[in-house]
Design a protein around this ligand. Structure first.
Ligand code: CUA
Length: 209
């Protein structure tokens, strides 16, 4: 599983890890109990085994344990979401991201606009190591902005704008896709996030109309 290329992805990855370990723990207990019952209480003769109904202690422990696990995972997810959704006051760039059938438009506030086509997917250039604020919306139908290596996906919904911060830790090229089926050329609705050094980013801003 990828570690996540953004600062925000660290929190997301941590939530995934804890869910995964919790699932392994629960599955381990369940399988041990199943196989213990299969072996310990396997049929040895033709007599009917003792018949009883209910066991208050076991039922109470199981219910309370399940509630505690769910409450713990909820609290963990909620705390991570609050951190991920927190927006910095001074982002290095603000970009309006608009999905449309079938590509993306990146409008840098006070800067250039990059519009893609299915044949020529656009590139979202961002400064690495700096916070970038994105505002996602759609011009027609639902799309979804998804960069697998950021462990992050956000719907682009017409009539709504949804803002979030991203900080890409290292310079690099990250593949992005539309992750909501949106019509014939949905599969061609790709884009690239190119994280470059802040100096290269400033130069790109100056050279891009
Ligand atoms: Cu846009 Cu799928």
């Amino acid at each position: 599983m990828p570690g996540g290329a953004t600062l925000q992805a660290g929190d997301i990855r941590h939530v995934w890890d804890v869910f995964f370990l919790a699932a392994i723990g629960v599955a381990g207990i369940v399988y041990i109990l199943i196989f213990w019952c299969l072996i310990r209480y396997r049929r040895r003769n033709n007599r009917l085994p003792p018949q009883f109904h209910g066991h208050s202690l076991v039922e109470t422990v199981c219910t309370v344990a399940a509630l505690l696990i769910v409450a713990g995972l909820f609290a963990l997810s909620y705390a991570a979401e609050v951190r991920i959704e927190r927006e910095g006051s001074t982002p290095a760039a603000r970009v309006v991201v608009t999905g449309f059938q079938w590509s993306w438009r990146f409008e840098y506030r006070g800067g250039p606009t990059v519009t893609g086509t299915p044949q020529h997917p656009p590139v979202l250039v961002v400064p690495a190591g700096r916070t970038v604020h994105l505002e996602i919306t759609s011009a027609d139908v639902d799309h979804a902005f998804f960069v697998p290596e950021f462990l992050f996906k956000r719907d682009a919904i017409p009539g709504l704008t949804s803002g979030f911060d991203l900080l890409v830790r290292q310079p690099g090229v990250y593949r992005g896709v539309c992750a909501e089926f949106c019509g014939l050329d949905h599969a061609a609705m790709n884009f690239t996030v190119s994280a470059v050094t802040p100096e290269a980013y400033e130069q790109w801003l100056r050279e891009t109309p």
